[in-house]
Design a protein around this ligand. Structure first.
Ligand code: ZN
Length: 335
């Protein structure tokens, strides 16, 4: 039996708006409650990295008073991270470029730091404790504020040459007339299928007077349509909302179907705010993707699962620490 009291770690998931904290043990169990705190922005709109480090230090101190913690912290960050140096290379949502975040935490808190991009941490959690436990080849996919994922191939996480594999959301579908994407390109898949794209399509339907229901729902929000409103309208049988979501699902299935055809995957795990908000959305992708798969075997065997945790990236941040310390999941790490 593992010593449960000893194998606890503070995990942190830093998004564009909030940072989430949780103490997680080596069985993947959350100890106590999760804690969510806002990310502080400086006057120039850039997230305050010094303040974030202080927040982590404070949470560590509090957690240490409650449980016997490993001298380490696991971090999930909403951008590209150099795992070897702990540097946040590019984090558009925090307006960070080349912030030595891992080193800052290490120096200020005096603990080991494991830090990686959120999609990679989420894939690790799914492989170790979640839906993809024991699965050999799978793709973690997030549909939320953004659209992207991470690969797990031949029983291990797969980062590619630079650790950036899984950026399939940034393939331009329309590089001429498409909307600008946060990555600097135009017309990426993400600009058609992520939460903001669903909201924008809903807004267009409202402007064209295609949906009275969306207009009614948006009236309580200064006529601004949100993605959850489009789902709410869909649930109520609204035709415009149905068209919007079927189009989004078509594009996602075309995109993910290409990944399955390329890599012969066993499973796709779908997470992120949009997927977590609608059971139907995931079920529909599960059905519809079969139309985009080349082989009978893939159509028959491909599994589509939902995110296993409230926040798989948070669980994965803890798993990353355990894996690096040789406690559990070490064989799942990239070679
Ligand atoms: Zn892009």
């Amino acid at each position: 039996m593992p010593n449960k009291a000893y194998n606890c770690v503070l995990a942190v998931d830093i998004g564009g708006t909030n940072a989430r904290f949780g103490i997680i043990d080596a069985n993947g169990e959350l100890i106590g409650e999760m804690n969510t705190l806002p990310v502080t922005l400086r006057a120039d709109g850039v997230a305050d990295e010094v303040e974030l480090v202080e927040l982590i230090r404070h949470q560590l101190k509090q957690a240490t008073q409650r449980v016997d913690l490993l001298p380490a912290v696991g971090i999930s960050l909403c951008g590209n991270v150099d795992r070897a140096t702990g540097e946040a290379v590019l984090v558009p949502n925090l307006h960070w470029r080349n912030v030595p975040f891992g080193r800052m935490i290490q120096e200020r808190c005096g603990v080991e730091v494991q830090i990686a991009t959120d999609v990679r941490q989420a894939a690790l959690a799914e492989a170790l404790w979640g839906a993809a436990s024991g699965v050999r080849n799978f793709l973690w996919v997030t549909v939320g504020t953004g659209y992207g994922g991470y690969l797990f191939l031949n029983g291990r996480l797969y980062g590619g040459s630079h650790g950036f594999a899984g950026n399939f959301g940034h393939t331009p579908l329309d590089e001429v007339d498409g909307y600008m994407c946060g990555c600097g390109q135009r017309g990426c898949v993400e600009t058609f299928v992520a939460g903001p794209a669903i909201a924008r399509a809903g807004q267009l339907a409202l402007a064209k007077e295609q949906s009275q229901l969306l207009a009614d729902l948006a009236a309580s929000n200064q006529d601004e349509v949100t993605a959850p409103m489009v789902f709410e309208a869909f649930e109520a049988g609204d035709k415009a909302a149905q068209r919007i979501l079927e189009r989004v699902i078509f594009l996602i299935c075309q995109n993910l179907g290409a990944a399955v055809n390329l890599l012969d995957l066993d499973m796709i795990v779908l997470g992120g705010g949009v997927c977590n908000g609608s059971e139907w959305f995931v079920k529909r992708i599960d059905q519809r993707i079969r139309d985009f798969l080349e082989t009978v075997e893939a159509r028959r065997d491909l599994q589509v699962a939902r995110e296993s945790f409230v926040d798989s990236a948070l669980w994965g941040a803890a798993a990353d620490v355990f894996a690096h310390r040789g406690i559990v999941g070490t064989s799942l790490l990239e070679t």
